[in-house]
Ligand binder design. Structure first.
Ligand code: DDQ
Ligand code: CA
Length: 264
């Protein structure tokens, strides 16, 4: 039997172990210009101004939040700022939060630990370790999508959190860094850009930015009522069924229902 050249056999090996890179950013046809949208406030709801929001997620008809610093997992409501239920995670810095309809998955910033919650109220079922930072998380078509502060989105298997593929996020060929909280929609993933008032909508397959959403009206609405440099826009949740879209920020006293409209 003829032996394969070393380089070929190595790359065949790697097909089995390394995540697939699903995009060559500078290849193919020129990118379409992303849409410019504006987030307009429809309703304003109370939000705990001590919550360092890292993830916002509907789960089994309820709204959950992951808070960072000395963080927790909490169930919140649109009626009151204080959580209806919470459980602290004392030794880690919690980050993004996702639901597959059955379980909640909660990232940590630099603790390289994913917490998996199950039941009502959620109880910690297991922990899975992973390499690198955890920023945002959402669930789409059987995969957990993770941001880590770079321009890369990784697609994990929920069973063991193994990385199956990854994509670079680009806006007209330029990599978009600092992707933070995520929300998976049918036609793209929303991503907060850390320390900016922009939310990007990103194509799952190519990583291309489909729309740039200006959410500065929300930061304007909380101006004078937030007192930390880290009190930035973060937290996106789409309500299954109704399609209502909610945005908030870290240490913000408000949680907003918004609509997205074409920029003037
Ligand atoms: N990250 O969410 C962007 C991943 C990390 C944010 C860390 C912000 C600094 C922590 C210190 C808190 C001071 C209020
Ligand atoms: Ca979210």
């Amino acid at each position: 039997m003829r032996r394969l050249p070393w380089s070929l056999s190595l790359s065949l090996l790697c097909l089995a172990c390394a995540p697939t890179q699903r995009q060559t950013p500078d290849a193919g046809t020129p990118e379409a210009t992303p849409r410019k949208l504006v987030a307009r406030i429809v309703h304003t709801y109370p939000h705990d101004p001590t919550a360092f929001t890292q993830g916002l997620q509907f789960h089994q008809g309820q709204l959950y939040e992951s808070t960072g610093e000395k963080g927790d997992l909490r169930r919140i409501s649109l009626e009151q700022a204080s959580p209806l239920w919470k459980e602290a995670l004392p030794d880690v810095f919690p980050e993004g939060l996702a639901s597959d309809g059955e379980r909640l998955y909660q990232l940590t910033w630099q603790d390289e630990t994913l917490f998996v919650w199950n039941g009502t109220p959620p109880a910690r079922e297991k922990q899975v370790s992973y390499a690198g930072e955890g920023w945002g998380l959402c669930y789409w078509q059987g995969q957990l999508v993770r941001s880590d502060g770079t321009s890369t989105l990784r697609f994990h298997d929920p069973k063991d959190f193994r990385v199956k593929s990854q994509v670079q996020v680009t806006l007209q060929g330029v990599q978009q860094e600092m992707l933070n909280e995520l929300e998976c929609a049918e036609d793209g993933v929303y991503a907060n850009v850390w320390h900016s008032n922009n939310v990007l909508k990103i194509d799952y397959a190519t990583g291309r930015v489909l729309a740039v959403i200006d959410a500065s009206a929300l930061a304007q609405a909380v101006r004078g009522r937030v007192h930390s440099y880290e009190a930035v826009l973060n937290g996106i949740a789409l309500e299954p069924g109704t399609g209502r879209l909610f945005f908030t920020g870290k240490l913000w006293p408000d949680l907003f229902e918004v609509t997205l409209e074409p920029a003037a």
